[in-house]
Design a protein around this ligand. Sequence first.
Ligand code: ACM
Ligand code: ZN
Length: 711
Amino acid sequence: MKTLIAILASAIIGVIPQPVSMRITGGSCNVNTARTVFSLDEKSGIPAEGYTLEVTPDCITAAASTEAGLFYARKTLDQLRYGDRIPCVKISDYPRFAWRGFHVDPCRHFLGIDDIKKQIDILSQYKLNTFHWHLTDDQGWRIEIKKYPRLTEVGGWRTEFDGSTHGGYYTQDEIRDVVAYAAERFVTVVPEIEMPGHSLAAIRAYPWLSCTKEEISTFYTWGSPDIVLCAGNDSTYTFLEDVISEVAELFPGEYIHIGGDECQKTKWRSCPVCQARIASEGLKADDEFTAEEKLQSYAVRRMEGILAKYGKKLIGWDEILEGGLSEGATVMSWRGESGGIKAASAGHDVVMTPSKAGMYFDHFQGESKVEPVTIGNLNTLGKVYDYDPVPEELKARGKGGYVRGVQCNNWSEYMYKPWQREYMLFPRAFALAEIAWTPLERKNFDSFLRRMDEACKRLDEAGITYHIPIPEQVGGSCNSLAFTDSVEVAFTTSRPMTMVYTLDDTAPTPASDVYRNPFTISTDTWIRIAATTSYGKLGPERRIHVEKQPVEPASAPEDTWSGLRGRRTDGRFGGWDEIGEDAEWQEVQLGALADLAKLEKFDRNMPDSLQFYAAEAEGWFEVPEDDIYRFSSDCDLVWFDSFPLPLIDNDGKVKRFSHSDIELALSKGLHKIKVGFIYNVAGGWNSIRNKTDVLIRKSGDDKWKPIIIHQ
Ligand code: ACM
Ligand code: ZN
């Protein structure tokens, strides 16, 4: 009886994406003894990729009009299976969208074909069918092109800030192997060859591709350099055609993605060849577009012609709309939905991948103060699930049919290791699978969460990492809290979860007390708290020190000074301890802490001549009244008053979304602050882009303000 109930439960909760229709008919069947009838009939009237499935106590019957449909019937059966039994069901199923995509970026951080195959394998089980392989970018060229061996010999590798080497590439044989592996799982691989921007790896290999033809040694940070392909020179298009001729031969799918995003056009403005092309093609600026945007459009049109020669259709990021969209182009809408809406309204196919509406899985899935560093923004599981790829505006205009599908993008700037890719992908990819396949009226987040737990258990069995929410403090997380009398500490999670905790500095277990109400803390306490899944797996633990502090007295005015005392020392420092006792420091004028990152200019191209440095600033700030104050900074180190150790310490870490916020009990008056900042590149992040303020807020407030230095 117990097994039967479990089996019924598995039928109700087990399948992702939710089928179009599923009826539980009672009883179960033994997979070892049941008769299995799978039939393929092109004329069955079952939609492409769809299937019907009936499980009775002694027979499993599946039908489809395509092989893909039978494959998906098998995947549904796998998910329904509980031990050797499958509950009796009747299912009729087909996808809402033809393009159910996932994207992998091996350019920022390379991953080998075993990890690529792992992703294809798992995601195809959830009926995703399009693998967008972003094969070229500024930081690495990842596909072997026989005619241009330097693309991978030179462009496939980069020297990082710390002198280490990062890179790799796929040989054409490896690519054929991946394409075949994907095809066995009914996944089409769409290669992306970026042009005319994000092409620095190619330009490093062949400097004649750019407007200035300058030699570039390496590029090891994130962002968009303004050294791009020369769009005026015919030799650029000869190169692109040569590349496409080899790429087209490797990928049998209908599309090649040509990028087109974030192309900085500064060099085109001063390039005589680009300007000559603008003149000869009559590309005049108008109210809508600059001449250079029209040059980009010209370049994309030429790419469309090249692709057509090799029997391929063009898809590109929504910037390909700027300057006018080429005739047969499909648009991948990433900067919101407006590009997709514009293209679909004009009768172009679109794939929706809006970054901030949930489809960028490189964004945070919980609060930035507790989650591992990402590129920014917040795309929770709930937000992903809520996304509908067909905007109301297109529905109202009857143009919804131009939305071919939806895709998640997984840019890998901050995904240093394969497990981090998995952490960002799951379980959000399950939500994507459901919005890509299931009709809107069948979506239900509560039901999804229950079914998702079953899917996560299978990830555990397969050794795949996934996100479990990390407890977040209501009003903002901080691991170092202060109070003088008592303090209330409340927790929440990025989706509904049970949390367990201890207050005696022992590690919480699934059997620990369940968090139900905010804590009122009046003695020095370590709160240790973690979310736990319905199947008893603990997520990452938070360990928070709630410290009873004496109020730190202010300094006597005669001991203070006005303004900042600043100094810098030049060098390529990975961390503060690399500065050395004998470093030569020079005094610098700093109007505010924010000036710490302004001692050299930001150069998006990272030339060799950059002067890296470390700088310090020391001064005083006014505390308006006795209270508890919270501080935050993305600088390397921050010291307060006469505390000997830095209380904020980001030294050696990726200096974004600092996890080292602290609270201090301070009395009214002037308090000392000393800030250490290193201009370097850690984890690919160029720290000269940082705001180097120290932020302050009264405990309980939700608005941060930069500290004002006493003048
Ligand atoms: C993109 O995220 N730059 C397409
Ligand atoms: Zn040019």
